[in-house]
Design a protein around this ligand. Sequence first.
Ligand code: URA
Length: 240
Amino acid sequence: MRLSQILFSQGFGTRRLCAGLIQHGEVSVQGEVVDDPDADFSPEGLVFEVGGKTWPYYEKALILLHKPAGYECSQKPKHHPSVMSLLPAPLRERNVQPVGRLDEDTTGLLLLTDDGALIHKLTSPKHHVPKVYEARCKHPVTAEQVAQLLAGVELREPDPKPHHKPEFTRAEAAEATGEQLLRLTLTEGKYHQVKRMVAAVGNRVEALHRPSFGALALPADLAPGAWTWVASPALIWSQA
Ligand code: URA
């Protein structure tokens, strides 16, 4: 594959801009500047540098972001900046999208990808990818609340329509990890699900964090707002 085509596929701008970057000596492969846009490389496993920054080639981008509070997952945020503003331009140019959503005030592991089929697979209720949430609650977490969350609760709308069908959901796992701390594992992704489930059992979420998504855990050394590549979607299903 031509080097200019490789850069284009990775979000470095129009074909012309990519050729220009190469001709201006901004691009290196294995430590050597390559100034020929037509130079041929096998893209799989290729690592190159643009303007001194290292980029691995991925046909599809899969990104793990440590979402800080104060960012919205929406493309058109209303009150806070978008999580997209935490990513470098080539990833935004590739149009990576969040896999599901975390609320503006929720922190933790957020995946983003430009692989539409993967987004569909991970957000479809059929696939049951477990997601772990840690909630700090307003009131002490009781054994009865934990039992109710495991048995299943009705998620109420704040303002239900007359023919509204109630939504029932249950936690795959639930435990109190401190007096006001609750750890829940959910396999669905309903709107405000944790907050609504906790409200349904008479408590209230004051802070929410997601430490894991499937088999992927938030790396301890990844600061809020920082991101890293996930080498393969297979890692979501197994750490093998
Ligand atoms: N459940 C919520 O209530 N909020 C989130 O951000 C994620 C799950």
